[in-house]
Write a protein that binds this ligand. Structure first.
Ligand SMILES: [Zn+2]
Length: 673
């Protein structure tokens, strides 16, 4: 019998036949599909005909179809519905996939063809999108080190593998430091803590085999402890432990690793011909250069710092009122901020929840997409990988556009967080493919017969992930490698963060935020409270974030520092870091930057996207409203349909008529003067 993963899928819209696939099918299908892709690639590389766009670049775009199918099914279930067998398969597949990709990038004959085409690019008569895909393919090879030969190629291999080892060590040291520290609490120490923190401390104590409640370095326990504990001495102990993760001397100290990582990254960039690592990293980003990142961050820094210092002055008074005659310290911030929050915005999540029903919020997301882009959603009855998954056919003017799948409820087999992925990306060449897109979330599943209720954050997540889904579903490009969310990292959160704004449009909440029992719309006073609470303590949050982003950027600009801790101190001093705020992630536990390459000199990108989403939504407001049809048409034409087929800056400028300024972001964060 043919492996169902490799057979033709005679299913509606090309959905995987989940009901016919078993775990035993994955490994043989994976090996066969991997080998098939490799031989397709070798055939392209060894083609006796002279290289052309069609026989090289387009052929590469079309290669690996079986592998795409196998992986799209496997990664869907491995992330959202895992089990021991799937975890074992994942451990087996990931080194094989890494080796596969490196085999393709080090295929000299293949790179030779790509390089030849690149050299002749102006005489090939390429369309803009073909030229872009050629550029991206060539750049991908060069950045992977394909152009290096001899000793340099060897050294590149060593540098990469040493960096991989150091990244893993950094993470493991951090985990050890986090696991080892506990602070036992007596019954008196629990006084003043809310029930959920007390429960958390008790179950952490039980889980760790202690006699009573303990505080650990888990973010979900230590942050609320710092927020609620009236015991200043305990807050100081907890805060010191938390902020010195990776910096405790001995075998788990990450400072030496950070220094070596920075040196090796500098060497890697130099081997590839870049002046420094930030220039190498930012080449593929919308920001483009370290200077532009620095400029953005510094524009936000001053107003954020000013707001934080003003908040601190008020909290210093509260400290005095508590009879404490000491400077306001870092371990005081969250505690007094929480007191202030309660005084200013008495928002009760329990009061809010009945108004945020999952069903109504899905309807709200769909209705906004209908009003903005004319999309229609029709429920499909298709077997998927878990009974909680639901599918819809997405059409416009009666024509099929995409399939959208929602997998909303938390379960033990699902990893945490929320994400959007394409089981099939949109493409027209070499074959036409309509997108199949899935949103996965972790909302609490209600008891049988009760409606699922969301927190406000959950509702925002639902809109966020649906924004990513729109980027995939409205994609209208030729090639899969540049479709949908295949864009620069500092551009990819624009559609998702932008879509969150529609949740906050008063008419949307008025229509869809209806009480689960009474059906009544959310009262205006409650809505106002929700919106006001969103900007509370933003000075602090912006300062701790921007400080981390600046240190990350300076680490990778210019010559690598021999002593990263000294460099960190120097950067913080130069920007006037407030003494009562620390970096959100200090160097010895800055996993975004040192556990791997993902966010190195890229930690800024969250804010880069936020600048754009705030400015892009302002375009709707300036044009007359959140559903202004012309602005929506432009958003689709210039951003949502184009994927990565055009440079991000060009797309944004076409949509908005200019690049974004920071004004809308400052306003959105409540930091505008
Ligand atoms: Zn996102």
């Amino acid at each position: 019998m043919t492996n169902p993963l490799l057979a033709e899928w005679h299913t509606p819209f090309g959905l995987a036949p989940f009901d016919r696939i078993s775990d035993a099918d994955f490994a043989p299908a994976f090996d066969e599909a991997l080998a098939a892709h490799l031989s397709e690639i070798e055939a392209i590389a060894d083609n006796p005909e002279a290289p052309s766009f069609a026989n090289t670049i387009e052929a590469m775009e079309g290669a690996g179809e079986a592998l795409d199918k196998v992986l799209s099914v496997f990664f869907s279930v491995a992330g959202a519905d895992s089990n021991a067998a799937r975890q074992a398969l994942q451990r087996e597949f990931s080194p094989k996939l890494a080796a596969h990709s490196s085999a393709i990038y080090s295929n000299a004959a293949l790179f030779g063809r790509v390089r030849d085409l690149w050299a002749q690019r102006d005489t090939l008569g390429l369309t803009d999108e073909e030229a872009r895909v050629l550029m991206l393919t060539h750049r991908g090879f060069v950045r992977a080190g394909a152009a290096l030969t001899g000793a340099e190629a060897e050294r590149m291999k060593e540098v990469k593998s040493r960096l991989a080892v150091l990244g893993t060590e950094f993470t493991q040291n951090l985990l050890k430091d986090e696991a080892e520290w506990v602070m036992p609490l007596t019954e008196e120490d629990l006084e003043g803590l809310p029930e959920f923190v007390v429960d958390g401390a008790r179950s952490a104590g039980e889980a760790g085999g202690y006699d009573g409640p303990v505080i650990t370095l888990s973010r979900s326990l230590i942050v609320p402890f710092l927020q609620f504990s009236p015991r200043r001495d305990l807050r100081e102990t907890a805060w010191r432990a938390w902020t010195s993760r990776g910096e405790n001397g001995g075998a788990t100290d990450n400072r030496g690793i950070a220094a070596e990582v920075l040196q090796l990254r500098e060497e890697r960039a130099a081997l590839l011909g870049y002046p420094d690592f930030a220039s190498y990293k930012l080449e593929t980003e919308m920001a483009g250069s370290p200077e532009r990142v620095r400029e953005l961050l510094m524009q936000v820094w001053q107003p954020a710092r000013a707001a934080a210092m003003a908040d601190q002055a008020q909290m210093e008074e509260m400290l005095r009122e508590d009879g404490i005659n000491d400077d306001f310290r870092a371990w005081d911030w969250r505690y007094y901020a929480e007191k202030r929050r309660r005084a200013l915005h008495d928002l009760d999540e329990a009061e809010l929840k009945p108004y945020l029903q999952l069903e109504r919020m899905i309807e709200a997301a769909f209705t906004c997409a209908n009003r903005l882009f004319g999309l229609e959603f029709r429920a499909l009855d298709q077997p998927l990988y878990h009974p909680d998954c639901r599918a819809w056919e997405v059409t416009r003017n009666g024509e099929h556009l995409a399939v959208f799948i929602g997998d909303y409820f938390a379960r033990a087999s699902k990893r945490s967080g929320a994400w959007c992925s394409a089981m099939q990306s949109q493409a027209k060449r070499p074959v036409t493919k309509a997108p199949i897109v899935i949103n996965v979330c972790n909302f609490a599943k209600p008891p049988k017969g009760k409606p699922a209720l969301l927190s406000y954050d959950d509702a925002r997540t639902l809109f966020h992930e649906f924004g990513h889904a729109l980027h995939q579903m409205l994609s209208d490009v030729e090639f899969g490698s540049v479709s949908g969310t295949s864009v620069a990292r500092d551009f990819v959160e624009l559609p998702s963060q932008l879509y969150e704004h529609w949740l906050e449009v008063p008419e949307v909440l008025a229509e869809f935020a209806t009480h689960a029992e009474t059906g009544e719309a959310m009262p205006k006073a409650l809505l106002d409270k929700v919106l006001a609470a969103a900007t509370f303590d933003m000075g602090f949050q912006t300062v701790e974030y921007v400080a981390s982003a600046l240190v990350d950027l300076e680490f990778h600009s210019g010559k690598a520092a021999d002593d990263p801790m000294a460099k960190q101190a120097q950067v913080l001093e130069s920007i006037g870091m407030p003494s009562a705020i620390t970096m959100r992630h200090a160097t010895p536990h800055f996993a975004h930057v040192f556990a791997g390459d993902g966010y190195s000199s890229g930690y800024y990108s969250y804010m880069w996207s936020e600048v754009m989403d705030a400015d892009a939504f302002a375009a709707f407001e300036e044009a007359g409203g959140a559903f202004d049809p012309e602005t929506a048409a432009k958003l689709e034409e210039f951003i949502l349909s184009k994927g990565g087929s055009v440079e991000a800056e060009e797309l944004y400028t076409a949509f908005r008529g200019r690049m974004p300024g920071v004004e809308a972001l400052l306003k959105g964060r409540g930091l505008a003067a």
